[in-house]
Design a protein around this ligand. Structure first.
Ligand SMILES: Nc1nc2c(ncn2[C@@H]2O[C@H](COP(=O)(O)OP(=O)(O)OP(=O)(O)O)[C@@H](O)[C@H]2O)c(=O)[nH]1
Ligand SMILES: [Mg+2]
Length: 189
């Protein structure tokens, strides 16, 4: 792949512990599902992901309560070209997800593109992306360019592994390309 600074983007994956951030990063980097015994992320990890002719540096942060303090992630959030906010669709209480989202939004400079992922759609009790959107996402993100996608990062049966992830990230890449053009035009005025 031909890379120049124009087609490299920095993206941060945010969300509470166990929602599937590292599984998503693993699938996108390797093209096959992460092993089922994946461990909670300590601090953060970085994956390199190719989407078409675009290279993403995917920063995958630890979502455990001790990392809830956004000061851990501040430098990544402030310099990101795009934000991915991941939710476990089988949850019934989104209190901590809302807290994460609120804290992250406080740090985001400008209206950078946001991708919301309603992961674990394979679980029988998963809520639909539409339901999750209305339950709390909509209220927080109405001033942003964002879209919500239902995904399956890993599926023990393997049949749905990776479902919708590429489509979701292609959306984010398109929006980041558009947003970067706008920022460049504004700085040239
Ligand atoms: N059924 C199902 N399980 C999933 C899916 N995605 C991830 N998991 C499982 O959820 C658990 C947590 O996944 P991780 O990727 O480690 O979650 P994380 O968000 O990185 O968690 P932290 O690093 O603690 O923030 C693992 O057991 C995964 O196998 C999915 O789409 N469906
Ligand atoms: Mg992780």
């Amino acid at each position: 792949m031909q890379t120049s600074s124009e087609n490299i983007f920095s993206v941060i994956l945010l969300g509470t512990s166990g929602v599937g951030k590292s599984s998503i990063a693993f699938y996108l980097e390797h093209g096959y599902p992460a092993p089922g015994n994946i461990k909670p992320t300590i601090a953060f990890g970085i994956s390199h992901v190719e989407i078409g002719s675009t290279l993403l540096g995917l920063i995958d942060v630890g979502g455990q309560k001790r990392f809830l303090d956004m000061r851990y992630h501040e430098r990544f959030v402030r310099t990101a070209d795009g934000i991915v906010f991941v939710i476990d669709s089988s949850q019934r209480n989104f209190r901590y997800d809302e807290q994460w989202l609120d804290e992250a939004l406080r740090l985001i400079p400008g209206k950078i593109p946001i991708l919301v992922i309603a992961n674990k759609q394979d679980l029988p009790i998963a809520l639909s992306p539409d339901f999750i959107h209305k339950a709390f996402v909509e209220a927080h993100l109405k001033e942003y360019a964002y879209q919500i996608f239902g995904t399956v990062a890993t599926d023990p049966g393997g049949i749905r592994s990776g479902e919708n992830l590429e489509v979701a990230f292609e959306y984010l890449v398109e929006e980041m390309i558009k947003y970067r053009k706008v920022v460049v035009e504004q700085t040239q005025i």
